[in-house]
Design a protein around this ligand. Structure first.
Ligand code: SAM
Length: 260
């Protein structure tokens, strides 16, 4: 039974990290006049209301995008996507990763999304009519779709990490995916939690993909006792310039931890 709902966490510091880097990568990749495939294994609902009861209950967006908004220049692709959502739905609206992708991809690009939770699927289909949304296990769905056409493209794997065995199974999933789709940009998000359960997985991933990059940022917990104190991305075939963009963002996050 799935209990995780991203509405409680949308716009938190982990989203800022994941979504800013995703937007940057898509902006870089769409600058070339060649179509691409975009896929997600765990899509969520694409549109969130930061004034809704879920967001207000945790206060995570107030310790996330509300603080980070000023970090980004107006022409940063994350800001462009954020502005497009706010223009359409009001100042408290926040785009999930599928909506960010929709706002940055072009007519010639293809998009395919997996999501398992029935309420999230319904909301996702309502937010993005006409987009391929499969109510399937995202790992199986991605393996069945790869290699995509066109071959050039990016896949975001963004599990909720509710199922602890994901830490053991994800490296094998990434290896299988890469065997089927060697040129794909594979982006895995993971939380940095108390006890660092991500560490053995990331070590294993680096053994499998020596040229891949992992980028983690640290931030103060969104509320006292909250276990998430950072966000990580592991990227196979990172686009050129990824490290510079990641370093730029790390400096922004460092200002949070430097504050008393
Ligand atoms: N990618 C979204 C974003 O950044 O806006 C957030 C996704 S949220 C972290 C994870 C989502 O995965 C939840 O909506 C959950 O219902 C869904 N989920 C959980 N297990 C899944 C599975 N095996 N396959 C597909 N979706 C799953």
């Amino acid at each position: 039974m799935l209990s995780y709902q991203h509405s409680y966490h949308a716009g938190n510091m982990a989203d800022v990290h994941k979504h800013a880097m995703l937007a940057w990568m898509l902006d870089y990749m769409t600058a070339k006049p060649k179509p691409l495939s975009y896929m997600e294994t765990h899509a969520g609902r694409a549109l969130y209301d930061l004034s809704g009861p879920e967001a207000l209950k945790t206060g995570e967006a107030a310790r996330g995008i509300a603080l980070a908004d000023r970090w980004f220049p107006a022409d940063h692709p994350y800001m462009r996507a954020l502005r497009a959502t706010r223009d359409r739905h009001g100042p408290q609206a926040y785009p999930g990763s599928p909506q960010i992708a929709m706002d940055l991809l072009r007519f010639e690009d293809s998009i395919a999304l997996s999501e398992l939770h029935p309420a999230e699927v319904e909301a996702l289909r309502a937010a993005l009519p006409g987009v391929t949304v499969s109510q399937t296990d995202g790992y199986a769905g991605a393996l069945s779709r790869c290699p995509p056409d066109p071959r050039r493209g990016l896949l975001l794997c963004d599990p909720s990490w509710e199922i602890k065995s994901d830490y053991e199974t994800v490296p094998d999933f990434m290896a299988k995916l890469h065997r089927k789709w060697a040129v794909g940009v594979l982006v895995l998000w993971f939380p940095v939690l108390e006890g660092a359960p991500h560490r053995p997985m990331v070590r294993q991933l680096h053994r499998q993909f020596p040229d891949a990059i992992s980028h983690t940022v640290a931030f103060p917990p969104a509320r006292p006792g909250h276990g998430m104190t950072g966000s990580g991305l592991f990227v196979v075939n990172p686009p050129y310039g990824f490290v510079d963009q990641a370093n730029w963002l790390s400096d922004k996050f460092a200002t949070l931890c430097a504050q008393p």
